[in-house]
Ligand binder design. Sequence first.
Ligand SMILES: C[S@@+](CC[C@H](N)C(=O)[O-])C[C@H]1O[C@@H](n2cnc3c(N)ncnc32)[C@H](O)[C@@H]1O
Length: 301
Amino acid sequence: MSEPTGAARRRGPFKVGDQVQLTDPKGRHYTFTLEAGKQFHTHKGAFSHDELIGASEGSVVRTTGNVAYLALRPLLPDYVLSMPRGAAVVYPKDAGQILAFADIFAGARVVEAGVGSGALSAFLLRAVGDHGMLHSYERRQDFADIAQGNVERYFGGPHPAWTLTVGDLQDNLSDTEVDRVVLDMLAPWETLEAVSKALVPGGIMCAYVATTTQLARTVESIREIGCFAEPQPWESMVRNWHVEGLAVRPDHRMIGHTGFLVTARRLADGVEPPMRRRRPSKGAYGEDYEGPNKERGSGQA
Ligand SMILES: C[S@@+](CC[C@H](N)C(=O)[O-])C[C@H]1O[C@@H](n2cnc3c(N)ncnc32)[C@H](O)[C@@H]1O
C-alpha cells in the first residue's frame, strides 16, 4: 500500500530535500532544506548539510565554532509559523480547534476561503487525506501563489486532494454536496448564501474572525439566513507553563488574542430553524442595536 502524500517525508533518516529545524542553545529555531554539498552558516561558524544527510532525526551537529544545534524535522505548527507569509496565518491552536469542532474527517469534501498563506490549507489537507477533497478559494493571485508554494513545499509536491481557485468565494463557488466549509476572511457573512447552497444537510460551516464586530455580524447573519441551526461562537486561550524544580507556574507571556470561531450546522432544505427556547437577554436587540435580526427583541430595550 502506498503511503499517504507527505508521510514518507515525516520519518526516517534525513534525506536531500527534507526540511530541517535547528534549535540553538538559546532555544531559537532556524529552518532550511537539505542540499548535498551545501553549508549552513551561523555567526559562530558553519557545518555541512552532508553531516545531516543520512543521520537520524534528533541528531546534534556542531559548527566549526563548536556550537551545538539539535536537528529535527519541523512539525506542521512550526512550519506554518516559519514559512513565507502573504496574509496572517491561522494560529496552530485555532487550526486544531477547527479540525476538532468543524469535524474535519478523512475523506471529507471541504471548501475553504481565503487561502492567505496556506497554513490552514495544509492542516485541512492532512485531515481530509488523499481520498478527501479540499477546494480552496483565494481572491488574490499573489497570496494564492505564496500558499501554493508553502503547501507544496510541505507535502513535497502537489497534494492529490487539493484544488486552488483564484477568485471570490461567493462568485466562484462551484462545488455542491460539500461536507464542510471553513472561512477565514474579513466578511464571511457575504458568502453565506453561496455556502448554504453548497453544504449538505448536517454539514458544518466554520468561520474564523479576528474582531468582536465581525463575530457579532457573522453570528447574526447565520441566524438571519435561516437554514442553519443555532451558531456556536467561542474562543480558545492557551497558556504555556514553566516547570522547573519548585518553580511551576504559567509562563509570564502568552498570545492573548488570535481570533474567534463560529460553527453552524446546515438544516435540511425547507426546514425552519427551531425557535430558541431562551428569550434574548434584556436589551440584546434594544433600540441601540442596528444589525440583522432586530425583530428578535421587537426593538424592546
Ligand atoms: C487571514 S487570510 C487567510 C489565512 C489562511 N487561513 C492561512 O492560514 O494562511 C484571509 C484571506 O482571505 C482572502 N479573502 C477575503 N475575502 C475573500 C473572498 N470573499 N473570497 C476568497 N478569498 C477572500 C484574502 O485575500 C486573504 O488572503
